[in-house]
Design a protein around this ligand. Structure first.
Ligand SMILES: *[C@@H]1O[C@H](CO)[C@@H](O)[C@H](O)[C@H]1NC(C)=O
Ligand SMILES: *[C@@H]1O[C@H](CO)[C@@H](O)[C@H](O)[C@H]1NC(C)=O
Ligand SMILES: *[C@@H]1O[C@H](CO)[C@@H](O)[C@H](O)[C@H]1NC(C)=O
Length: 306
């Protein structure tokens, strides 16, 4: 390697490193990701779940410390939600993994004889509070390192369902559970990608081919794709990344788009042509992921310095 090559490699590495989202903690034996944007407990739980992790709880000293470190690094203030709530019966508080709150290394507040709220937050170092689940708070997702985890090096994720396609240079995953367009958008984002954006005929063919694997259970053939009408009154279809349709694949099916202002969510038919639908219609979809984005640190780059 020449000096220039080494510098280039380092710059590239640094650029990609910024995209790393889950940070490994040796003592906690897993990866943590702090979400600064607050959500309700249920939505925080769901976001971590969709990221293939769990809403973190201070179930032991190491994880508790790792959570506090993550909060400090992100320069946010406590409280944050923890993945612990009252489960099914009065007074039984447990983490998602089933650890009882009473067994965690934390202090409890006095509740003055009033029934405590259902959800739990971490308030100051070592102290939890009972919290109304509809409050909006930041939270941490935790992914435990286990021996059965196998990194998908081609696509920069643990999700083995993402497959690299050499013709487009992207990774794709077919989702076989029908969802609304908006939930599909959320799911793809949680997986570190986005709802598929069809750039050209090559990619359209690739996506049509992947979609041949979808279940045949729905009455409609349309699958969600990454474009929508950004202004209902003015029929302003752009991709989810704001690209004009004339810069990407843009062959609509006959007589489409129709039903202006109602059918605002983009989709692709089995013939590869574009169509749109309304917000409550569930359909299958493909997520696309940039293979250069490594979602976890200390895995994807073990080769970088060899
Ligand atoms: C939680 O807060 C919401 C909104 O502020 C309120 O409507 C609800 O009654 C509260 N729930 C409990 C159990 O206090
Ligand atoms: C189509 O777009 C992909 C990126 O999505 C690119 O890699 C490929 O070269 C393009 N193919 C053509 C024929 O323009
Ligand atoms: C995860 O655990 C395995 C098996 O114990 C270990 O070999 C690996 O180095 C761990 N991963 C990280 C990032 O430390």
């Amino acid at each position: 390697m020449s000096k220039t090559q080494i510098v280039l490699t380092l710059v590239l590495w640094a650029g990609v490193a910024l995209c790393k989202q889950y940070v490994y903690d040796d003592d906690a034996d897993g990866w943590l990701k702090l979400h600064k944007i607050p959500l309700t407990w249920q939505e925080a739980f769901m976001t971590c779940h969709l990221e293939d992790a769990v809403l973190a709880s201070p179930t032991n000293d190491a994880l508790h410390q790792a959570m506090l470190t993550a909060v400090k690094k992100a320069e946010i203030d406590l409280p944050i939600y923890i993945g612990t709530k009252e489960m099914f019966v009065d007074g039984l508080y447990a983490s998602i993994e089933g650890v009882q709150l009473e067994d965690m290394p934390v202090k409890f507040p006095s509740t003055n004889g009033i029934k405590p709220d259902v959800c739990v937050s971490l308030t100051i170092e070592g102290v939890v509070a009972f919290t109304n689940c509809s409050e909006w708070l930041p939270y941490i997702c935790y992914k435990k390192n286990t021996t059965h985890l196998k990194y998908n090096y081609d696509c920069g994720t643990f999700d083995r369902e993402y497959q690299y396609n050499a013709a487009t240079g992207s990774c794709y995953k077919l989702h076989k559970q029908a969802r609304t367009w908006r939930l599909a958008y959320k799911i793809c984002t949680a997986e570190g990608g986005h709802l598929v954006i069809i750039n050209n005929k090559t990619e359209d063919d690739v996506v049509v081919n992947i979609l041949k694997g979808k279940p045949k259970k729905l009455y409609w053939e349309l699958s969600h794709a990454g474009f929508f009408d950004w202004n209902k009154d003015l029929l302003t279809f752009l991709t989810i990344h704001g690209e004009k349709m004339n810069t990407v694949y843009n062959i609509w099916n006959k007589n489409q788009p129709d039903n202006k202002g109602v059918n605002i969510y983009g989709g692709i038919l089995e013939n590869g042509k574009l169509d749109e639908e309304w917000d409550s219609r569930e359909a299958y979809f493909v997520c696309e992921k940039d293979p250069k984005i490594q979602l976890y640190d200390k895995v994807g780059f073990s080769m970088a310095f060899v």
